[in-house]
Design a protein. Structure first.
Length: 307
């Protein structure tokens, strides 16, 4: 079983990865744009925030700059696709590879420590007692996740958001209606990676360090959160889809924490990728299985009524 610290630690990380899931929802679900840039924009946000905080910047301002850096990375990917006609998946891979060198340039070393420096979590920790310090990041990141969720929901209901959704649903029809689909793709992918950059900045401040390799596998975690959340919360509307992102991220992190802390299973930290692969597979398969079961139950009920 999970102890209290491990449980709140999973909640903390899950809320941060909920922001990643928001970004992946925009690119994969809204725009139908497979984007692997997130594996580079996540450590990019961490690197920018860490360097600025060490330089004496206000941590919230540093986080804002991390968002802009992530948006710039996403815009590069989208422009490679829109202006140079490079396949979207390949364009994101090219940007992701380039960001590894960019992140090293920004940090000047493979990692930077933030222990002892003022971060966004510092003030919140001072509001809690020493015994309950681990609850402070959860409270902070919950508020951040709710605020971002509400803002995204309002944005998706706006004229600009509807244009973006139309671009992803039917680009040809969107162009016929006078929508600049190229601009919508650039804006959407930039917004997606801006959210991922913010998640990276918050993750670095939460963990007390930024590392150039911390983005490895983030795309898989985000997809696991997105798909798993949609299996738990049917996304009949944009609001439910955004809620599903957060729920999926939290459930994913809790499942990982439980698997690693359950002595019965005998799993270790090196099994993390295996656990992730199993969870993603289950998240993909279960909705279809549930649909088949419901269809079979409906047929059986109809047969009984007919008899």
């Amino acid at each position: 079983m999970l102890n209290e610290i491990a449980f709140f630690g999973a909640l903390e990380t899950g809320l941060i990865y909920g922001l990643v899931a928001f970004g992946i929802y925009i690119s994969f679900r809204v725009l139908d744009f497979p984007d692997l840039t997130v594996d580079g924009s996540f450590p990019l946000g961490a690197a920018v925030a860490a360097v600025l905080i060490l330089g004496g910047w206000n941590p919230w301002l540093a986080t804002l700059m991390a968002i802009f850096a992530g948006m710039a990375a996403g815009a590069v990917t989208a422009l490679l696709n829109v202006k140079l006609n490079i396949l979207n998946l390949l364009a994101s891979i090219l940007t992701m590879i380039a960001l590894y060198s960019v992140n090293l340039r920004i940090m000047g070393s493979p990692n930077l420590a933030l222990l002892g420096d003022t971060t966004v979590v510092t003030w919140w920790e001072n509001q809690f007692s020493r015994e309950n310090y681990y609850m402070a990041p959860v409270a902070l990141f919950f508020i951040v996740a709710v605020v971002v969720l509400v803002l995204l929901w309002r944005f998706m209901k706006s004229e600009l958001g509807l244009s973006m959704r139309a671009t992803g649903a039917n680009p040809r029809m969107a162009r016929a209606q006078g929508i600049a689909t190229g601009g919508m793709i650039v804006l959407g992918v930039a917004l997606s990676n801006g959210l991922v950059g913010m998640a990276g900045a918050l993750f670095a401040q939460s963990q007390g360090a930024a590392d150039v390799t911390m983005g490895v596998g983030v795309i898989v975690i985000g997809l696991a959160s997105l798909i798993g959340g949609e299996a738990l919360v049917t996304p009949r509307s944009v609001l439910r889809a955004l809620i599903a992102c957060v729920v999926g991220a939290i459930v994913y992190r809790l499942a990982i924490a439980f698997a690693l802390n359950a002595d019965v299973l005998g799993l270790k930290a090196q099994d993390l990728n295996l656990i992730t692969a199993v969870l993603v597979t289950l998240a993909i398969v279960l909705p279809g299985f549930r649909t088949r079961v419901q269809a079979r139950m409906t047929r059986n009920k109809a047969g009984r009524n007919a008899s």
